[in-house]
Design a protein around this ligand. Structure first.
Ligand code: SAM
Length: 236
């Protein structure tokens, strides 16, 4: 029997919860939540009431052992994050890994996540893409940016509104000002917006705004394959 369920929740629009997510949240013994207040409100909206435990980045390591003991005794649990799919730039990975190592069955429900609509709204190639999550803020940032210059797949980043302009400017520096990029803001919400422009223009567009609010996904087109071949030829 499945003991742990990873349950995606809406990234804005509450209609995006799945029927299965509602059923599982109603059936498990305990709900593990990144923020019990946020998830408590969601549960209440769908008429659900369950014992909740907090499971977030800062207590993940110390919680895992205690949770494993309870799961091993047969308690069923659903892990939810504040929004979207648990384990995607959110806690979850550690618990899943430890459950699998002990032969405990884990089920992952498909559902809302911000990267997929942002990728598709960019109109860039979606056959092959790389999810970069959040760029390192300080240590390792330059190295990562340099590595990305070789990337031919479409790149997807999560970014905070305070850092988006700086990130766009830095990407324009390393990938070139003309590289097409797309910012999706407030996906599934009332003020949802997607702006697709060359990196330098996109940076200018956001730098000119009085305030940048809401959550952001940045999508950057990969490097054109031909250019790499040309460079290799130049190297010979
Ligand atoms: N687990 C989530 C998922 O599956 O997408 C991601 C959690 S991560 C801590 C939060 C980041 O996701 C935000 O900083 C933003 O980059 C992105 N995000 C979440 N909801 C979003 C939305 N409605 N519109 C745009 N970006 C969103």
């Amino acid at each position: 029997p499945t003991l742990l369920y990873l349950v995606p929740t809406p990234i804005g629009n509450l209609e995006d919860i799945t029927l299965r997510a509602i059923r599982v949240l109603g059936e498990v013994d305990t709900v593990l939540a990144e923020d019990t207040r946020t998830s408590g409100r969601l549960m209440q909206h769908f008429g659900l009431k369950k014992p909740m435990l907090s499971y977030h980045l800062h207590n993940e390591h110390q919680q895992v052992q205690r949770l494993l003991e309870r799961l091993e005794k047969g308690e069923t649990m659903a892990l939810v994050s504040d929004a979207g799919t648990p384990g995607i730039s959110d806690p979850g990975f550690l618990l899943v890994r430890e459950c699998l190592a002990r032969g405990l069955k884990v089920e992952c429900l498909p559902g809302p996540t911000a990267l997929v609509p942002a990728l598709l709204k960019s109109g860039f190639g979606a056959e092959r893409f790389t999810f970069e999550g959040f760029l390192p803020v300080k240590k390792g940032r330059q190295t990562r940016l340099r590595e990305l210059t070789q990337e031919t797949r479409t790149m997807i980043f999560y970014e905070s509104p305070h850092r988006i302009v700086k990130t766009l400017e830095q990407l324009a520096e390393v990938l070139g000002p003309e590289r097409p990029a797309s910012v999706s803001r407030e996906l599934t919400k009332l003020f949802e917006e997607t702006v697709t422009l060359p990196l330098a223009e996109l940076a200018a567009n956001f730098a000119a705004r009085a305030a940048i609010k809401g959550e952001i996904v940045l999508v950057v087109q990969g490097r054109k394959e031909e250019r790499i071949k040309e460079d290799h030829r130049a190297d010979d």
